[in-house]
Design a protein around this ligand. Structure first.
Ligand SMILES: [Zn+2]
Length: 364
C-alpha cells in the first residue's frame, strides 16, 4: 500500500498541457504543416510504405514544430509588470539552445504567436504550433501561481517547462521509453486530490506516446519536461525531485528540433548516385526531382547508416506518397513506384534522432 503525504499537495503545482479541441484537430495539423513542411508525417499509421491516407491519420502523425529560425512574438494579456519581466527573462534561456527567437511585443496583442495570461487555472501551454489555431486574443499559455514573491527557482522550473511545451516538447514521463514503475492506483488517488479524474491523470501522467511519433532513444529523468514523482506513487524505491533547470538532453533536443541552418536541397538525376551524410543528429536531408512523363522509378539508399526515406508529391512537398526504412539491402531503404509527371520531394533522416552517418542515394 503506497503512502503519500497530503501536505505535499499544496506544493504539487504541476502543469496541465492543453490539447486542441477535437474539432480543431485536423486544422491544427494543417496549420503545423503550413508553418513547417517538416511536420508532415514521414510515416503514416500503417507503417513503412503506407500512403498518406486520411486527413485524420495525417493529423495523428503530424508534428508541431515551428519553422527553425522563426521569431515568435510573445504578448502578455494581463499580469504584474515584475512577474511579466521575470517570465520573459527565464523563457529566453531557450534561445541559447534552439534556433528560435522570442520577441516581446505590446501587451494584449491579439495575434501574437504566444499569448500569456495569469488569470486562468493552473499552469499550462498549448503544444508548439497548436497555438496557431487558438482564437486570437485568447491565451495560449497560463501561469496560475507565479507571483511577485515567488522564488526564482520556481520561475525557472515553471517558465522553462511551459515554454518547452510552446516549442513542441511533450512531458518526459510520456516518452515512449519512459520506465517509471508507477503504482497506478496510488497515482489515481493522488491526482484525484487536485480534482483530476482518471482520464485526466491517464492523459497527463501515465500514458506514454506512440514511438512512431516521438523517436526518443533514452528516457531522461532530469528533463525540465519531467514532473516530480513522489516515492509513494511508485513501486519499490523510485522518486524524482523537481527539475528546475534544463538538462543536457533538453538542450540537445531543442537543438535537434530547431537546428541552426536547414541543409541545402539537392537535385536527383536518373542513374546518378549522391554521396551524403546525416552530419548532425536530427538532420533531415532533402532532394527533388522532376518527371515530364509517367515513369517507373526506384529510389534506393546505400551505405552503413540506418536511414528512413520518404517520398512526397507530385507538386506538393507535404503529401506523403511512400516511406521506407529497411526494405533495401541490409538496413537500406527502397521505394519503387510508377509516378505521374510532376515535381517530387525526397526526405532522408536517420532512424534515430540522436545519430548520424554517411549514406548514398540513387534514383533509377
Ligand atoms: Zn507540462
Amino acid at each position: 500500500m503506497a503512502e503519500y503525504n497530503e501536505d505535499a499537495l499544496s506544493s504539487m503545482e504541476i502543469c496541465t498541457k492543453l490539447e486542441v479541441p477535437d474539432v480543431k484537430f485536423v486544422e491544427a495539423a494543417e496549420a503545423a504543416i503550413k508553418e513547417n513542411p517538416g511536420n508532415a508525417p514521414m510515416r503514416a499509421g500503417g507503417g513503412a510504405g503506407t500512403p498518406g491516407g486520411s486527413p485524420l491519420e495525417m493529423a495523428i502523425f503530424a508534428e508541431k514544430k515551428w519553422l527553425p529560425g522563426r521569431t515568435l512574438s510573445v504578448s502578455f494579456l494581463d499580469g504584474h509588470a515584475d512577474v511579466k519581466a521575470k517570465v520573459i527573462d527565464f523563457a529566453k534561456e531557450w534561445e541559447q539552445h534552439a534556433n528560435i527567437k522570442l520577441d516581446l511585443v505590446a501587451d494584449g496583442t491579439a495575434d501574437a504567436d504566444i499569448r500569456i495570461s495569469f488569470l486562468q487555472t493552473g499552469s499550462w501551454s498549448y503544444l508548439g504550433t497548436d497555438a496557431l489555431v487558438i482564437e486570437p486574443g485568447r491565451p495560449t499559455m497560463n501561469y496560475g501561481w507565479l507571483a511577485v514573491d515567488s522564488a526564482d527557482d520556481e520561475y525557472s522550473r515553471v517558465v522553462l517547462h511551459e515554454f518547452g511545451h510552446a516549442l513542441a516538447a511533450i512531458h518526459e514521463q510520456q516518452s515512449p521509453v519512459a520506465d517509471i514503475p508507477w503504482d497506478r492506483d496510488a497515482v489515481f488517488r493522488y491526482y484525484a486530490l487536485q480534482g483530476w479524474d482518471r482520464e485526466m491523470t491517464e492523459r497527463n501522467v501515465l500514458r506514454r506516446r506512440d514511438p512512431r511519433l516521438f523517436n526518443h532513444t533514452e528516457y531522461d529523468p532530469t528533463s525540465i519536461m519531467q514532473y516530480a514523482v513522489p516515492n509513494g506513487l511508485t513501486l519499490g524505491d523510485f522518486a524524482i525531485g523537481w527539475n528546475r533547470v534544463l538538462s543536457e538532453k533538453d538542450k540537445e533536443f531543442m537543438g535537434i528540433t530547431y537546428p541552426e541552418a536547414a541543409p541545402p536541397i539537392g537535385t536527383l538525376s536518373f542513374g546518378a548516385t549522391v554521396d551524403a551524410d546525416i552530419g548532425a543528429p536530427g538532420e533531415e536531408d532533402r532532394y527533388e526531382f522532376n518527371l515530364s512523363e509517367p515513369t517507373a522509378v526506384r529510389l534506393e539508399t546505400g551505405g552503413p547508416t540506418d536511414v528512413v526515406m520518404s517520398l512526397f508529391g507530385p507538386d506538393d512537398p507535404t503529401f506523403l506518397l511512400a516511406s521506407d526504412d529497411d526494405s533495401g539491402l541490409a538496413l537500406n531503404a527502397k521505394i519503387s513506384r510508377t509516378l505521374a509527371p510532376g515535381d517530387y520531394f525526397v526526405r532522408i533522416r536517420h532512424y534515430s534522432k540522436h545519430r548520424g552517418g554517411s549514406y548514398t542515394l540513387t534514383l533509377r
